[in-house]
Design a protein around this ligand. Structure first.
Ligand SMILES: NC(=O)c1ccc[n+]([C@@H]2O[C@H](COP(=O)([O-])OP(=O)(O)OC[C@H]3O[C@@H](n4cnc5c(N)ncnc54)[C@H](OP(=O)(O)O)[C@@H]3O)[C@@H](O)[C@H]2O)c1
Length: 240
């Protein structure tokens, strides 16, 4: 397959790129960290195709990605996390998260949707935080809730053209992003587990790839409750 993944210089995206390259696929590997992209070329040869750009820069996204051939699979994974202190709401932090996670993803979509044809796949990296309103995740969760909506809408519109669109919603995964967290992270899985589940889900053409199931199943079940109940329970558990 001819694959493109954003955010392949670290964490989940790096592991996905390594696993797809090990399986013999061609992977267009994106990120800003050029030495790590070069390491992928050194390890896997010319099937690793490095593309270095900042997803926030629409002109660069279009310039680098328009030049690519047709793609079988696109995984838009690049993202950051910053937490909000609601009493001292920092709009600059909110803007950074939305610009990278959501607008950056849209910049990539503009260039990459034309590269997808019937039978190909597009997958958007969200988070299980999109299922519930989690304290301090006001910016991160808002960006991921928007991505969930976007993925599900594109699944309908692009689905009519035979393009399969999926939404990925991991729980906690051990990466440099979560290494910064200062709170308990129940059922945190490693990147090997995350990559395996994502690749399996994509192979099976699942519409929503969420894991670990015990954790995300609980989040999804709570999300079915009326909001008043969610607010009561989440306040009790997360803000005792
Ligand atoms: N880890 C978790 O528990 C978890 C859970 C749910 C969802 N997720 C999502 O999974 C994705 C990957 O997270 P991770 O945990 O693997 O984080 P990570 O290790 O910090 O990796 C983030 C990746 O995104 C890239 N990136 C960030 N800002 C960018 C920008 N402006 N332009 C281009 N690339 C950019 C980084 O590359 P450069 O720095 O080289 O640009 C890096 O490769 C994120 O969307 C995250 O929200 C993670």
């Amino acid at each position: 397959m001819n694959i493109l993944i954003t955010g392949t210089t670290s964490g989940i995206g790096l592991k996905l790129a390594q696993d797809y390259l090990s399986a013999g696929h061609t992977v267009h590997c994106c990120g800003r960290n050029k030495p790590i992209l070069q390491d992928l070329v050194t390890s896997f040869g010319e099937r690793a195709k490095p593309i270095s750009f900042d997803v926030q820069n629409r002109a660069d996204c279009l310039a680098f990605l328009n030049a690519l051939p047709e793609l079988d699979l696109v995984i838009l994974n690049a993202g950051i996390c910053e937490y909000i202190d609601a009493s001292n709401f920092d709009a600059a932090s909110f803007e950074r998260v939305i610009r990278i996670n959501l607008i950056g993803l849209a910049n990539c979509l503009e260039a990459l949707i034309p590269k997808l044809t019937a039978g190909s796949s597009l997958s958007l990296m969200g988070s299980s935080s999109s299922y519930l309103p989690l304290p301090r995740a006001e910016a991160y969760g808002a960006s991921k809730a928007a991505i969930e909506y976007l993925a599900k809408t594109l699944a309908i519109t692009l689905g009519k053209e035979g393009i399969h669109v999926s939404y990925i919603a991991p729980g906690f995964v051990e990466t440099p992003l979560t290494d910064l967290n200062d709170f308990p992270m129940p059922m945190r899985v490693d990147v090997e587990f995350a990559s395996r589940r994502i690749r399996q889900g994509l192979e099976q053409r699942q519409s929503e790839i969420h894991f670990p199931k015990l954790f995300t199943g609980l989040m999804k079940t709570l999300s079915l409750l009326p909001f008043g109940w969610q607010r009561f329970l989440l306040t009790k558990v997360l803000m005792p």
